[in-house]
Unconditional design. Structure first.
Length: 255
């Protein structure tokens, strides 16, 4: 079985002390395809190092995370386009809007999100969306940009069934991670009403560790706990979850 972690921050300093061992645990768990979302330019070198160390397993995105949209966001967006012109990335992400931490730069977040969606279209890449307490704002941008050239993953999906269907209508897969294992996660209550062809797996490591590791550092090997929960929800074998969700990831990222 080969599992795909479509969203993992392997370059995080949370792994500085045991990164090699953490990666080995992931491989032993069958997690052999790992997609790294960008945050901002400060993390670029660390991401490139991960790709250099694990060229067959690690795939990089380019993008500006909404919580890192600051006064210099136009400079960051310029750096992203420079990167896109000089080398290959598998997606633009993670991008979107986050109104949980800070609402003071809401207009700048929206502009950065829309600009990056347009970059994805220009370079024929998928997007990976971060959305926290901003479903209406994110869907507003997606409605304005919808089309066959808009596609990707709605990362860490925690919305309602109706919001899930709307995201899917914009050619998005739903990124399902540790939240699906939480008692109060809620998405487990309706996920079986979504065709599994719309689902990809993720950890968002080092964040959002699944049960029974909730509250601790997350890592990509814990994707197995998410996959087992998905297997229970859909009532199909774990091996099928691995196969289907990995194929779904290939549809999105092209690798």
């Amino acid at each position: 079985m080969i599992f795909t972690d479509t969203h993992t921050h392997l370059y995080s300093d949370a792994f500085d002390e045991d990164r090699k061992e953490m990666m080995q645990r992931a491989f032993e768990a069958g997690v052999k395809r790992l997609f790294l979302p960008a945050i901002d330019s400060e993390f670029t070198n660390a991401m490139l190092q991960m790709e250099k160390d694990y060229p067959e397993q690690v795939f990089l995105m380019a993008g500006l995370h909404p919580t890192h949209v600051k006064e210099n966001y136009k400079v960051e967006l310029g750096l992203i386009e420079v990167q896109l012109k000089t080398r290959k990335f598998v997606a633009i992400g993670e991008i979107g809007m986050d109104l949980y931490w800070d609402k003071t730069l809401i207009n700048e977040q929206k502009e950065a999100f829309k600009t990056q969606v347009q970059l994805a279209k220009k370079y024929k890449l998928p997007i990976v969306i971060h959305c926290r307490e901003a479903f209406d704002e994110v869907f507003e941008v997606m409605e304005s940009e919808k089309g066959a050239d808009l596609f990707g993953v709605f990362h860490c999906f925690t919305g309602t069934l109706e919001q899930a269907k709307l995201a899917i209508s914009y050619n998005m897969k739903l990124g399902i991670g540790g939240v699906v294992t939480f008692k109060n996660g809620k998405i487990d209550q309706f996920l079986n009403q979504i065709e599994i062809k719309h689902i990809v797996l993720e950890t968002d490591a080092p964040y959002l560790a699944p049960t029974p590791f909730r509250g601790k550092r997350n890592e990509s090997s814990y994707l197995l706990n998410v996959a087992k929960k998905i297997a229970d929800i859909y009532e199909i074998p774990l091996s099928e979850i691995a196969r289907i969700t990995t194929e779904n990831s290939k549809v999105v990222f092209g690798v």
